[in-house]
Write a protein that binds this ligand. Structure first.
Ligand SMILES: Nc1ncnc2c1ncn2[C@@H]1O[C@H](COP(=O)(O)OP(=O)(O)OP(=O)(O)O)[C@@H](O)[C@H]1O
Length: 264
């Protein structure tokens, strides 16, 4: 059954904030008076891949930044497990084009990671052969694998990956998500993914949260893919490759996220 995520803080099921690595509890944030997130609750647990989807400007990156403590919510709170180590790969990672910077050096830059550990993590993401390449020469997919290796070098309990398959073709995206799933299986870390690659990513996720300023729907991928709000946001073809699941929802809203009436 689909649930509204803002019931999480009160319930005691596995999705609840209490047992989470990291959780937002009724978080809202506005920028210059414009609401970007409204009473959003979300939790990520050990060993699960949670994927955040939603249209451009829905507040996905903002939610990740609030969860990571990089932006302060206007109201609500963020709860993190004590001692939690997070590996974060932001959506944009500018590399200075003028200064030469090898992958090997990039792995050590501000991380304190040993040479051996850096190479191990590059090997884990299939990027060992790139150690001596220049960062500016990498393809989109290679760049993402190096960023992932750098995040893994912290030995994180939780990976937060903001559009890791950006600038990667369809086959490359599928490989990247398979790699993320393999890393999760091996390390048992939690993963919070932000993605627009609906077809590929839904299949690779344990739980999908559809955000459009507030949480529209969430659940296992097949449930979300058949949700009226999901179809409204992404079109029925986005759900076509996944199982169809019928249920009712308590409201509808415009593409800007405003609640505008009774549900289906
Ligand atoms: N620091 C900020 N100051 C002002 N507005 C901001 C700030 N950060 C984000 N916003 C605004 O908040 C809204 C949500 O942005 P956000 O980047 O979280 O969306 P998103 O869902 O990640 O979008 P996309 O899919 O395009 O990456 C946007 O309208 C954006 O302009």
């Amino acid at each position: 059954m689909l649930t509204r995520a803002n019931t999480h803080a009160q319930d005691d099921r596995p999705g609840a904030a209490g047992s989470a690595l990291l959780a937002a509890d009724h978080v809202s944030i506005s920028f210059r008076g414009k609401p970007v997130l409204e009473t959003v609750s979300i939790a990520v647990h050990e060993g699960e891949i949670v994927t955040l989807i939603g249209p451009n400007g829905a507040g996905k990156t903002t939610l990740a930044r609030v969860l990571l403590g990089l932006a302060a919510p206007t109201s609500g709170r963020v709860v993190r497990r004590p001692g939690l180590t997070v590996g974060y790969v932001p959506q944009r990672f500018p590399v200075e084009r003028i200064m030469p910077l090898s992958v090997r050096r990039f792995m050590h830059l501000n991380t304190g990671v040993s040479k051996g550990r850096a190479l191990e993590c590059l090997a884990e993401t299939g990027a060992a052969a790139l150690a001596d390449a220049q960062m500016t020469d990498l393809s989109g997919g290679e760049f993402q694998r190096v960023l992932l290796a750098r995040a893994l070098a912290r030995d994180p309990d939780l990976l937060v990956l903001d559009e890791p398959a950006r600038a990667v073709d369809f086959a490359g995206a599928a490989q990247l998500y398979a790699l993320i799933a393999a890393i999760r299986a091996r390390r048992r870390c939690g993963v919070l993914l932000i993605s627009h690659d609906l077809h590929v990513v839904l299949g690779a996720s344990d739980r999908v949260v559809c955000l459009n300023r507030h949480i529209c729907c969430e659940g296992v991928p097949q449930h979300v893919a058949a949700h009226p709000e999901y179809m409204r946001l992404f079109g029925p073809e986005a759900a076509a490759s996944l199982g169809i699941y019928g249920h009712r929802h308590d409201h509808t809203h415009s593409l800007s996220g405003d609640v505008c009436g009774g549900g289906t």
